[in-house]
Ligand binder design. Structure first.
Ligand code: GLC
Length: 423
């Protein structure tokens, strides 16, 4: 599969979960699905959704400050409420809320004005549409998916309604998004309720790429996406191929006022460094309030992450995954020409920093952000058997408050020692 190179070079995206659920501050879609809130109460939030302070240029400026290269907006979550004026269903914010206008177009335009790539989240499943709960998958993904919003009772299946859902709602709305907004990225969700064949995902991929060949597709297409989508935890081992981690600043996706366990900038820097050190992108989420404002705790954290990124730019753009664990105690990145390694030190280094298992000669070591040059010496090794010594690096006099990055310039392309030392 070929994918647009911008995606792997982007490193940071901002996920925006914005919808009527911010009015009462209840869980996006899941709150009625799980029975915490009656469906009618949930949908009554349409009346309170105003977007009265929605200024997507301010969002875009903030995302740029964070160091992001793209953003992804929830154009329709599992609740089926579209943020644009869809002709495929009646359930949209322009038609059914006081907002009375399209919210997706201004988002896409503002992002482009600020040189950000446009990502649109779209839920395959739609827990409001009467034609959606019409067929059952061959195997339930989890027992809890057997819910009246998602599935017909066994024996009540109606394949014709399913065909109508696929054509009119699913395919229809995806076409509207592509034609209306030309997204750089389509970020799907909710595939788990049907089989690949029921969704006809392979054909969906072909249809999208026929009309919009440059659009990148996320992994939630049951094997037909461009990159793997991890959620809420940095993978322990490096995934193969392009991948992205979606992650929350606090605990939940949509805005809920009591959701105040915001992660610190230091924690976010760690997750970001671990993610890009494994070659992935971080898609960091914020849930704006119903009026379109972003809570200040999130703005502060996004700006803090952005300051770290700008101090350590070279280690972020454009780099690739660094050393496998074992060579350095922490994440690392490698420059595109493979001649500079960036070692991330989470805690203030006190005695020395070690780099192990590298055949190259080190030409120069400096600290990003301060430019301080650091001395080093090579200890041990068995040159006649090509066993490299350990590079012991002096510690910087000033450390970064969040994570210090050392740039190690090598005498050529990185040449890793992979032996066990026996022989
Ligand atoms: C999940 C949830 C959802 C959230 C999404 C983000 O699959 O269904 O509420 O939007 O992940 O990745």
């Amino acid at each position: 599969m070929t994918m647009q190179p911008w995606f792997s070079e982007a490193k940071l995206g901002i996920f925006v979960h914005w919808g009527i659920y911010a009015v009462d501050g209840v869980g996006e879609s899941w709150s009625f699905f799980g029975g915490d809130v009656p469906y009618e109460t949930y949908m009554a939030q349409l009346n309170g959704f105003t977007a009265s302070r929605y200024r997507p240029d301010d969002w875009a400026k903030l995302f740029r400050k964070a160091g992001a290269k793209y953003a992804v907006l929830t154009t329709k979550h599992h609740d089926g409420v579209a943020l644009w004026d869809t002709a495929c269903t009646d359930l949209s914010v322009p038609r059914r809320s006081p907002v009375a206008r399209d919210l997706v177009g201004p988002f896409a335009d503002a992002l482009r004005r600020h040189d950000l790539r446009v990502g649109l989240y779209f839920s395959h499943n739609d827990w409001s549409h009467p034609d959606y709960p019409s067929v059952r998958p061959s195997k339930l993904h989890r027992p809890w998916v057997d819910n009246r919003y998602a599935m017909p009772a066994p024996g009540d299946e109606d394949p014709e309604r399913w065909e109508r859902y696929l054509e009119v709602v699913h395919r229809g709305q995806i076409r509207e998004l592509i034609e209306g907004y030309r997204p750089d990225l389509l970020w799907f969700d909710g595939a788990w309720e049907r089989d690949e064949r029921q969704w006809r995902m392979k054909e969906l991929r072909e249809e999208i790429l026929a009309s919009s060949p440059e659009t990148v597709l996320n992994g939630r297409m049951l094997g037909h996406g461009d990159f793997a989508t991890a959620e809420l935890g940095v993978p322990i081992t490096r995934p193969e191929g392009p991948w992205e981690l979606c992650y929350t600043i606090n605990d939940l996706w949509g805005y809920q006022p009591q959701d105040t366990r915001h992660k610190s900038v230091r924690e976010l820097v760690r997750v970001f460094a671990e993610t890009i050190g494994h070659g992935g992108n971080l898609l960091l989420n914020t849930g704006p309030r119903e009026d379109g404002t972003i809570r200040p705790e999130h703005a502060q954290r996004l700006e803090g992450l952005g300051r770290w990124i700008s101090r350590n730019q070279e280690a972020v753009y454009p780099t690739e995954a660094g050393l496998p664990y074992g060579h350095h105690y922490g994440p690392s990145m490698l420059s595109k020409d493979r001649r500079t390694l960036f070692l991330v030190c989470f805690d203030t280094p006190r005695v020395f920093v070690e780099l192990r298992g590298v055949h190259n000669t080190v030409k120069r070591i400096s600290v990003l952000g301060t430019g301080q040059e650091l001395g080093h010496r090579v200890v041990g090794g068995f040159p006649s058997r090509r066993v490299p010594g350990v590079v012991r690096i002096e510690v910087p006099t000033v450390s970064d408050p969040y994570a210090t990055v050392l740039a190690i310039e090598l005498d050529g392309e990185l040449d890793l020692y992979t032996g066990s030392g026996e022989g």
